[in-house]
Design a protein around this ligand. Structure first.
Ligand code: AMP
Length: 282
């Protein structure tokens, strides 16, 4: 596997490959790779000639400095893992200076109301930071297909809008959430949880599953109340939000309408670690 830390070397390499009219897939990540990431990477490897994987922990998307400083890093294991997947992976792992050239700030983007709810509301500036880095990466990588996980569904929608607004010739491929057998969505942050906290964290998926199972038959208020009851049994869980929202505009709903696609979203702090998850309700 070829590894680049700087933009110029990476772009030169890509330019040479692109001369052969090859298809490039791109999987942006923050590293500490797990099977959720590798599902995206394997899909990209199958669907493209070469796959660029970026590992960059983006400072501008963290609204909490401790969360940024304690974000899990395991680059040697990540490299081993990528090496074992395919020879056609190119790893791009720039440092902050390479990406931000001394100006570590977000650009300003208008996503309408898409970033006003849920993560956008609870993590001020988060999506401006995400859009800033993703935009920079898209300009560097110039891929044909880019892979994002539904695990971060609001992020995925925002990227889809970013691609559309900026007129990038880039297919955004939605990839399903990969879970442990007990339902817990894989996340790099799970590494910060001890075994008993991981067990408690499975209740987020239980709450989402309850909403899915009862969505057609129970009133929304009843679902909201039951989810709150269920999670209140665990003092280690502090809920940021539980919301049922339209999958397209992400606006949390008070009443169901027929033939709409909804998802249930949850974010909670578990023993000091913030986790998010969502599930489709159709
Ligand atoms: P991250 O490293 O957390 O920024 O994630 C990089 C990409 O992997 C994003 O598109 C995430 O949505 C995706 N991802 C993270 N966890 C999972 C998961 N459990 N299943 C599927 N995709 C995931």
């Amino acid at each position: 596997m070829i590894i680049f830390n700087n933009i110029v070397g990476f772009k030169n390499h890509l330019r040479k490959l692109k001369n052969d009219n090859v298809k490039i897939g791109f999987v942006p990540t923050m590293g500490a790779l797990h099977n959720g990431h590798t599902s995206l990477i394997k899909k990209s490897v199958l669907e493209n000639d070469y796959s660029v994987v970026s590992i960059f922990i983006n400072p501008t998307q963290f609204n909490n400095i401790n969360d940024y400083k304690s974000y899990p890093i395991n680059i040697s294991r990540d490299i081993e893992l990528l090496d074992s997947i395919s020879e056609n992976i190119i790893l791009f792992k720039p440092d902050t200076e390479e990406i931000y050239s001394g100006k570590v700030v977000s650009d300003s983007y208008d996503f309408g109301d898409l970033d006003k709810y849920m993560e956008g509301k609870h993590r001020k500036g988060h999506f401006q930071g995400v859009a800033t880095v993703v935009n920079k990466l898209f300009e560097i990588v110039s891929a044909d297909n880019v892979y994002f996980g539904e695990k971060d569904f609001q992020q995925l929608r925002i990227i889809e809008v970013l691609v559309q607004k900026n007129g990038y010739k880039l297919n955004v491929i939605r990839c399903k959430t990969i879970r442990q057998n007990d339902g817990l969505a894989l996340s790099s942050r799970n590494k910060k949880l001890d075994i008993s906290s991981q067990n408690i964290a499975t209740n987020l998926f239980k709450a989402l599953s309850f909403a899915k199972k009862n969505f057609d038959t129970l009133d929304l208020e009843v679902i909201y109340a039951k989810v709150e009851d269920l999670l209140q049994n665990f003092p280690q869980i502090s809920i940021d939000y539980f919301a049922i929202a339209d999958e397209n505009d992400l606006k949390p709903i008070k009443h169901k309408k027929k033939n709409q696609k909804y998802r249930a979203f949850i974010a909670a702090d578990i023993s000091g670690v913030r986790l998010i998850d969502n599930i489709k309700l159709y």
